[in-house]
Design a binder for this molecule. Structure first.
Ligand SMILES: Cc1cc2nc3c(=O)[nH]c(=O)nc-3n(C[C@H](O)[C@H](O)[C@H](O)COP(=O)(O)OP(=O)(O)OC[C@H]3O[C@@H](n4cnc5c(N)ncnc54)[C@H](O)[C@@H]3O)c2cc1C
Ligand SMILES: *[C@@H]1O[C@H](CO)[C@@H](O)[C@H](O)[C@H]1NC(C)=O
Ligand SMILES: *[C@@H]1O[C@H](CO)[C@@H](O)[C@H](O)[C@H]1NC(C)=O
Ligand SMILES: *[C@@H]1O[C@H](CO)[C@@H](O)[C@H](O)[C@H]1NC(C)=O
Ligand SMILES: *[C@@H]1O[C@H](CO)[C@@H](O)[C@H](O)[C@H]1NC(C)=O
Ligand SMILES: *[C@@H]1O[C@H](CO)[C@@H](O)[C@H](O)[C@H]1NC(C)=O
Ligand SMILES: *[C@@H]1O[C@H](CO)[C@@H](O)[C@H](O)[C@H]1NC(C)=O
Length: 511
């Protein structure tokens, strides 16, 4: 009885919980029992950012749980793990504090990021700016708060300028979104083949089909509040105005409660995902084309030659990858413009922006974090040259690093004018940072072809590090079912293996 022999060798897993077809089991000492040694199924992951790194990790979790035998190859064209989550050092000096060049914050509701930091012994630090926040319209400072961006909700000045109802109603809107979002971590978390389906399941059709301005206005939030505090948030987080971006992503921009970052860089979470997955990682290795050579056979051509796989996980924005794929695949990926963002990092000995650089009176104290609104430009004024300009702490005694996000290149001349000549190191980086996110009711497919999955289909819905880890969890769940005939990442539906801590339960980690 081969079956019972296999089961006897897997004492930790009862027959009820055994979710996979037997040929994929080994005996936990590395030797396959029912399968010739050279046919270990292989999965290719393209991209080692938040999405690809976590995909490798989710597969390894399933391998651990179910004794599944799968070999995973991760291809990454850059020489580092993290993708849009990466750090640089002022003056290129690694003794100085690392500065995030891409994704910088996550929040407590981001349970995968939060959990990973704890499990991997990384250090979380509060992302607070106690030195104040201001909203700049290109000509005037419309609003300032001394307590920093994250504390403005109950600031007396905010109440005075915006009244009681607008901040409250906005808060309710954000809280409702977060409560729904948290169901994605529950034991019966939704699964989806396409993002439209997920949007419907979560009851978010109303949010994604309207702009942030439209939606909030219909909830009774004032125009002033929308064009100032709300737009400041959508512009700093997504480089888009409140009347351009859909209300779901608008709500995400407004949800900074518990904003945190990993000491030394968020990329470390993704490095750990990959390391702990024991996947093969090919850095500096660009994938050139993917061809289908059988019903469940895909051939990946890269700098390291051609390799054959049972399944493909594409974890990069397709249009930026330059990968040639069959037309049956490409035709299922709608065009997706991204916001082209200029990030400029500056080291300066100016402890804050000199007021004269914004033509403000000499007594004005310019806040450490300057956010912007398009409202001035809407009314015929000029648009601010930057989306945001913020002080990010000390580099060393008497020198600060400032991060500027803008739509256009920031010139040396402009920097010199702004910081009154006190400019040390300057670093410029251009990103295709996040999708352009207009209101929409139709979102992309996750399954592009049998055994070919697309993590970044999630991005036009929400684009964050966390949601990419959720998108990859969903993809891995489908892949385990469809390619390996199992019952998904957590075994049979609705049967978490560990329900001791329902409150802190995180689907994918605790099952
Ligand atoms: C400036 C900036 C600020 C941001 N701020 C935040 C924030 O505060 N919080 C937050 O959560 N999110 C933020 N984001 C968004 C966040 O970075 C992304 O949503 C998330 O990191 C995307 O992860 P990903 O793995 O899907 O894609 P990516 O990180 O883009 O990873 C894709 C990887 O695929 C690789 N690749 C591409 N083509 C190929 C190929 N042909 N062969 C092999 N490899 C290939 C790329 O090199 C890349 O490493 C920010 C983004 C930017 C740019
Ligand atoms: C399991 O694998 C180990 C080595 O990989 C081998 O020595 C052992 O005999 C195998 N067990 C069974 C029951 O096949
Ligand atoms: C990546 O390639 C560059 C240039 O070819 C090389 O200098 C670097 O060492 C490589 N890095 C890795 C991690 O392979
Ligand atoms: C790097 O920074 C450290 C800490 O401030 C400093 O002691 C060192 O001299 C710097 N190295 C270089 C090459 O500037
Ligand atoms: C994390 O740190 C704790 C205490 O320092 C240690 O006991 C634990 O083994 C570490 N865990 C990992 C996964 O490194
Ligand atoms: C989206 O996925 C759902 C199931 O998740 C399916 O019923 C529906 O037909 C899909 N829609 C499209 C347009 O593929
Ligand atoms: C169940 O989860 C809790 C909290 O997440 C954890 O402390 C505990 O060790 C887990 N138990 C088992 C048996 O894995």
């Amino acid at each position: 009885m081969r079956t019972s022999l296999v089961l006897a060798l897997l004492p930790a897993i009862s027959a009820f919980q055994l979710p996979f077809k037997l040929p994929f089991f080994n005996n936990h000492s590395g030797q396959q029992l029912l399968q010739p040694a050279n046919t270990t199924p292989r999965v290719a992951i393209i991209g080692a950012g938040a999405g690809g790194a976590s995909a490798a990790f989710w597969i390894s979790k399933a391998k651990e749980r179910f004794g599944l035998d799968i070999e995973v190859d991760v291809y990454e064209k850059e020489p580092y793990i993290g993708g849009r989550s990466t750090v640089v050092f002022p003056y290129g000096n690694t003794s100085l504090p690392a500065v995030e060049l891409g994704a910088s914050i996550f929040v407590k509701a981001n349970k995968n990021m939060w959990r990973a930091v704890d499990e991997f012994n990384l250090t979380r630090r509060d992302f607070r700016d106690e030195k104040g926040m201001g909203i700049w319209d290109g000509e005037k400072l419309l609003f300032t708060a001394s307590g920093g961006w994250w504390t403005w909700w109950d600031n007396a000045k905010a109440l005075f300028r915006y009244g009681f109802h607008s901040p409250r109603r906005t808060q309710v809107f954000v809280d409702n979104m977060i409560n729904k979002f948290l169901t994605l971590y529950s034991p019966d978390a939704p699964k989806w083949d396409n993002i439209t389906h997920l949007s419907t399941t979560l009851g978010w059709t109303d949010l994604v089909s309207q702009s942030t301005s439209e939606y909030l206005r219909s909830e009774g939030v004032s125009d002033r509040f929308i064009s100032e505090l709300v737009e400041a948030s959508t512009r700093v987080n997504y480089g888009q105005n409140a009347d351009e971006i859909h209300a779901l992503e608008g709500a995400c921009s407004l949800a900074p409660t518990g904003a945190s970052a990993v000491e030394g860089g968020n990329f470390q979470v993704f490095e750990q995902f990959v390391k702990r997955s024991h996947a093969n990682v090919y850095l500096n290795t660009s994938v050139k084309s993917i061809r289908q050579t059988g019903s469940d056979r895909w051939l990946v051509d890269s700098d390291r030659g051609s390799e054959s796989y049972s399944a493909i996980i594409l974890a990069a924005p397709y249009h930026s990858t330059n990968i040639e794929v069959p037309s049956e695949v490409s035709s299922r990926i709608p065009p997706q413009p991204y916001v082209h963002l200029h990030v400029t990092l500056v080291a300066t000995t100016q402890p804050s922006l000199p007021p004269q650089s914004l033509s403000l009176s000499a007594s004005t104290k310019v806040p450490a974090m300057l956010l912007t609104t398009f409202e001035g430009a809407r009314n015929g004024g000029k648009e601010p040259e930057f989306n945001s300009l913020s002080y990010h702490g000390l580099i060393s005694e008497g020198e600060w690093v400032v991060k500027i996000f803008s739509k256009k290149r920031i010139s040396n001349k402009w920097l010199s004018k702004m910081f009154d000549g006190q400019v040390g190191w300057v670093l410029r980086k251009e990103w295709d940072a996040y999708p352009v996110l207009p209101p929409s009711t139709s979102f992309p497919d996750v399954k592009l072809q049998p055994h070919f999955y697309y993590v970044n289909a999630f991005e036009p819905f929400i684009s964050t590090m966390e949601t990419e880890t959720l998108a990859s969890r969903n993809v891995v769940d489908i892949l385990l079912k469809e390619t390996f005939g199992g019952s998904g990442i957590c075994g049979p539906e609705g049967t978490p293996l560990n329900d001791t801590a329902k409150e802190d339960y995180v689907f994918g980690w605790d099952c």
